[in-house]
Design a protein around this ligand. Structure first.
Ligand code: DGP
Length: 125
């Protein structure tokens, strides 16, 4: 069920539970403001989720309310993960679903990193 990007933050969401250590995940990167882990249902050979540690529902919420430090941390983490994972030469795609039409399912901002095969057209027509 897609979520509404303007809804209040729900502390029971799956990524909040991962951040609290209540659910397992395979950590790929962690710093003060950002966590990255493998997607549970990978759609490409590499499929990583990068999330802020702060309570942000969506890209809209994050871009409006996060500090410059939090935003820089997330953007730099994406680049670092790709470089350290050897993804730069072959290429990768980043994607953040935000709100109803995007199909966002988990109401905590996450940036997908896809890589490891040709990723096809950007969107289904
Ligand atoms: P989106 O549709 O953009 O909201 O993507 C949500 C992603 O979250 C989807 O690719 C599957 C992933 N996901 C859902 N539940 C879990 C979980 O418990 N652990 C991990 N690692 N990923 C999850």
């Amino acid at each position: 069920m897609p979520i509404d990007a303007t809804q209040p933050y729900d502390d029971a969401n799956i990524f909040a539970r991962i951040l609290r250590g209540e659910l397992p995940s395979k950590t790929v990167h962690e710093d003060e403001h950002t966590l990255a882990f493998n997607d549970i249902n990978p759609l490409a050979p590499t499929h990583i989720l990068v999330i802020p540690k702060g309570r942000y529902v969506s890209w809209d919420d994050f871009s409006a309310k996060a500090s410059d430090e939090e935003i820089a941390s997330l953007v730099r983490a994406v680049g670092k993960i790709a470089r350290e994972g050897g993804l730069v030469q072959s290429g990768y795609r980043i994607l953040a679903n935000s709100g109803l039409n995007s199909g966002q399912e988990v109401p905590h901002l996450h940036v997908h990193i896809f890589a490891g095969r040709p990723l096809g057209p950007m969107l289904a027509k």
